[in-house]
Design a protein around this ligand. Structure first.
Ligand code: HOZ
Length: 433
């Protein structure tokens, strides 16, 4: 049965009067999937409630941060307590070093970390730092990877760029991307060719070690280790963009899961516990180039904001204390859900494939396998849109794009999983491929 949408529709119309597309981030407008975006009024655990009173099982989790679920008591308490003491001072507060210490201790390669306000700022700054450190100009990114919306990174980017089916963004002069090399993900040969062609000119390779922004696409066996070997050989800085994967795939992120130490790591999402935080960190030898110690400039009025630090600390402390239960639980629930939906798709004769690493996953509406942007782009986005809308009508809120990963939280329950599989069964019956 279609959900009620009247109030959300009115709210969308109102928002469109004052905000481009009615949204503050493009994918939220549902342009690629159709239907009415629900306006969320409350979240608790794994569930959301919208303005029309619909209750939804949430697999977006604010696009990653809500690993403990919505309104986790320890996080709410920490934010409330911090707010009572003042929300921003533009001066250092003790909680910044507290959060820095816990972040640094999670990543063996890291000695220092700098907090910013978003993942975009983190990656933009890490690249500036890599260029300052190597005194080189070129950067390598991979097709379908998304590292925020800085000019030089909007080249064959995933996420909203892929969702909208556009090559990049207007307003970025080609001179600004002339030093960006966008290569095929999971392909070592093209990387070797780039290193040969731009000998001693590549400052860094930036990669999502498990891509979340063309849907979930893992690095194939040995790829990350080879990236490490090649970048070391070429004296190029290897940046793991762990904005999505940090503290999610394992407490120490993808680098812990795969046992590989990058030179720099960018983070966001979970480290802010749902408040706006980004960070970049690495060894002192590189991080000491950041102002005021060194010549690489980067700053921000709300950087290290006390509310965001409090939310991040509460989240990471909880994860650290409960990691032996949380990560196995996320693995179990995610395995069950992904396989359950794949099974009902098979029964219904709908050709989908799936990728999953820990609590990040995507059902691609293509036979697959999906290993890079070209194979992800073969997905039938119309069929995905029908599935997405049917799931929403059945009370399940998936990312509104074929090219965004879904996320499980530790607040999801066995009942949520069974309801979601049942919803998928009905969705495939109602909207066959
Ligand atoms: N494209 C973002 C995630 N990869 C979506 C952010 C949002 O809409 O909140």
């Amino acid at each position: 049965m279609p959900r009620k949408t009247e109030i959300s529709r009115q709210l969308q119309k109102r928002a469109e009067q004052f905000i481009p597309g009615g949204v503050n981030s493009p994918v939220r407008a549902f342009r690629s999937v159709g239907g009415d975006p629900p306006f969320i009024v409350r979240g608790q655990g794994s569930h959301l409630w919208d303005a029309d009173g619909n209750e939804l099982i949430d697999y977006i989790g604010s696009w990653g941060p809500k690993i403990l679920g919505h309104a986790a008591p320890s996080v709410v308490e920490a934010i409330t307590e911090a707010a009572g003491r003042g929300t921003s001072f533009g001066a250092s507060t003790p909680s910044e070093a507290d959060l820095a210490e816990i972040v640094v201790s999670a990543f063996p390669h890291m000695q220092k970390v700098r907090f910013v306000s978003s993942g975009t700022e983190a990656t933009m700054s890490a690249i500036r730092l890599a260029r300052a450190y190597t005194k080189r100009k070129y950067i390598v990114k991979f097709e379908g990877c998304y590292h925020g919306h800085a000019d030089a990174l909007l080249v064959k980017a995933g996420s909203g760029i892929a969702t909208l089916g556009i090559p990049g963004s207007a307003g970025v002069p080609e001179e600004f991307t002339q030093f960006t090399l966008a290569l095929r993900f999971n392909d070592l040969e093209v990387l070797e060719q780039a290193f040969a062609k731009f000998k001693h000119q590549i400052a860094c390779v930036i990669v999502e070690p498990v891509v979340g922004n063309m849907g979930c696409v893992p690095a194939s066996g040995g790829y990350l280790a080879a990236l490490r070997t090649l970048t070391q050989r070429e004296k190029t800085v290897l940046i793991f963009d762990e904005v999505m994967t940090g503290f999610r795939l394992a407490y120490g992120g993808a680098q812990e899961l795969y046992g590989i130490n990058p030179d720099l790591t960018t983070m966001g999402k979970i480290i802010g516990g749902g408040l706006p935080v980004g960070a970049y960190g690495g060894p002192s030898e590189i991080m000491n180039l950041v102002a005021p110690l060194g010549p690489m400039y980067q700053a921000g009025t709300l950087s290290g904001n006390p509310l965001a630090m409090a939310a991040g600390l509460a989240t990471l402390n909880y994860l650290r204390e409960h990691k032996n239960e949380i990560y196995p639980l996320l693995e179990k629930l995610s395995t069950e859900l992904v396989a359950g939906v794949a099974a009902v798709a098979k029964e219904a004769g709908v050709p989908i494939c799936h990728n999953r690493v820990g609590s990040m996953f995507t059902w691609f509406f293509t036979q697959g396998p999906v290993t890079d942007w070209d194979s992800a782009a073969k997905s039938d986005t119309e069929a995905f849109g029908r599935f997405f809308r049917a799931m929403l009508d059945n009370g399940v809120y998936l990312p509104p794009s074929q090219f965004e990963a879904a996320f499980m939280s530790a607040a999801h329950t066995e009942e949520d999983i069974q309801k979601t599989i049942e919803a998928a069964k009905q969705a495939f019956a109602a909207a066959p491929a």
